[in-house]
Design a protein around this ligand. Structure first.
Ligand code: NAD
Length: 388
């Protein structure tokens, strides 16, 4: 019976065991087989670097991570998660706000020599304590800091959305390749058991062909750089709608062939002068599969649902840091809550040490940006836009 099958999956998902599984499977092995070009950036590392990595692995050393940008996500999620990771740790910070330094330095015991600002950031190349740079800045700054980090000889994790243009994504991928460094995107849900179960149910066609998908992700408010087109690249679609795009890809294991979209009416036109306040869009997949999606900065919503010929499966909420709940047409899913960010960063650290591909590489981020851009084009023109 399927429910029992799920229970047999449930038990291995203690945090420790899940990390182990994640590293053994190379995470997302299901996803890997079907998504586009999942070759990680920088397949060839120099012999010295490889030796260095092997040495660290042999010595069981944790890799040092430097967070660039000490805002809400770094402070609220990533830094705490880096206290739980087993293969990497918070070694350094890069910030433009001197007033934040003391608190971070004391709280996380960060040595003076591992603290950088945006001007002297490039000298991080001389610091062997930093192996990985994690870019957690406003979206349009991702490209510059990823490229600078790669040029400084560091592996990079970059937050979503990878960048605001496909051209920037290409430049980031090339910079990492040229430097022989790995690049991954902060797609934490690939390490989260409920979302992984959705991938399994969809890609293995456990309930048969999927006929329809629904994705909704919105939040009740947004401010600061998120309302600035130049820094954010767009509104809620770039910020939270991207989770629906990702989910449609990883549940179906397919790429959309076309999109259409319509901007929602602005209830606060003064606030949302530069970016959309809400948006609904449709993604067409091969086999007449349609995904209906919506996103908003003025309405909380959080749903991922798949309807297949022999049943349905869904998560609600689907995309949070915790508290995800899942159900199928046969009953409730039951997995443990995990620290998604700790698993995500540990998996990348293991990938670096073992010189294996990351399941969430730059190429995956680039494909999402391509789809985001197509959705905006569809919204602006009112036309159905094919994704080539
Ligand atoms: P935030 O506003 O809380 O922090 C942004 C940081 O960037 C601040 O430290 C700020 O000082 C710094 N910064 C540097 N230059 C800036 C400028 N010109 N304007 C504004 N801030 C500037 O934002 P956040 O929520 O931490 O988001 C940062 C990135 O992380 C974004 O790309 C976002 O999409 C991503 N994010 C990802 C998740 C996730 O679940 N994966 C969650 C939240 C945010």
């Amino acid at each position: 019976m399927r429910i029992n099958e799920k229970h047999t999956i449930k038990n291995p998902f203690s945090r420790r065991k899940f990390i182990f599984q994640v590293s053994r499977w190379g995470v997302g092995s299901i996803v890997l087989s079907t998504m586009t070009s999942l070759v990680s950036c920088g397949g060839t590392t120099s012999t010295e670097k490889a030796d260095e990595n092997k040495m660290k692995q042999k010595e069981g050393k944790k890799l040092g991570v430097a967070l660039v940008g000490l805002g809400g996500y770094s402070g609220g999620q990533l830094a705490p998660a880096l206290q739980e990771t087993e293969h990497c740790y918070l070694a350094g910070i890069v910030t433009g706000s001197p007033d934040k330094i003391d608190e971070w330095k004391n709280k996380y015991k960060i040595p003076e020599g591992n603290i950088y600002d945006y001007e002297n950031f490039d000298t991080i190349k001389d610091n062997p304590a930093i192996d990985i740079v994690y870019v957690v800045l406003p979206n349009s700054m991702h490209a510059e800091y990823t490229i600078r980090a790669a040029k400084a000889g560091k592996h990079v994790i970059c937050e979503k959305p990878m960048a605001v243009t496909v051209e920037d994504c290409d430049r980031m991928i090339s910079a990492c390749k040229d430097a022989g460094k790995m690049l991954s995107i902060g797609y934490r849900l690939h390490f989260e058991p409920y979302n992984r179960e959705m991938m399994r149910l969809g890609q293995e066609k456990v309930y048969g062909e999927i006929k329809k998908m629904v994705g909704e992700n919105g939040m009740g408010s947004a401010g600061g750089w998120r309302l600035d087109k130049e820094l954010a690249g767009g509104g809620p679609l770039m910020d939270v709608g991207i989770y629906c795009i990702q989910a449609m890809r990883y549940v179906t294991g397919m790429e959309p062939i076309a999109v259409s979209a319509k901007e929602g009416k602005k209830t606060q036109p003064d606030k949302y002068k530069e970016v959309e306040e809400s948006l609904i869009w449709q993604m067409e997949f091969p086999g007449n599969l349609i995904a209906e999606c919506k996103t908003s900065y003025s309405e909380g919503m959080n749903l991922l649902r798949a309807e297949a010929v022999n049943g349905w499966f869904e998560l609600s909420p689907a995309y949070g840091y915790g508290g995800i709940q899942g159900e199928t047409s046969e009953g409730k899913m039951d997995f443990e809550d995990v620290n998604q960010q700790a698993l995500q960063m540990d998996d990348f650290a293991i990938a670096v040490k073992e010189e294996r591909d990351t399941p969430v590489p730059g190429e995956m981020g680039k494909q999402d940006v391509k789809i985001l851009q197509a959705i905006y084009r569809a919204m602006q023109t009112g036309e159905r836009i094919e994704i080539t």
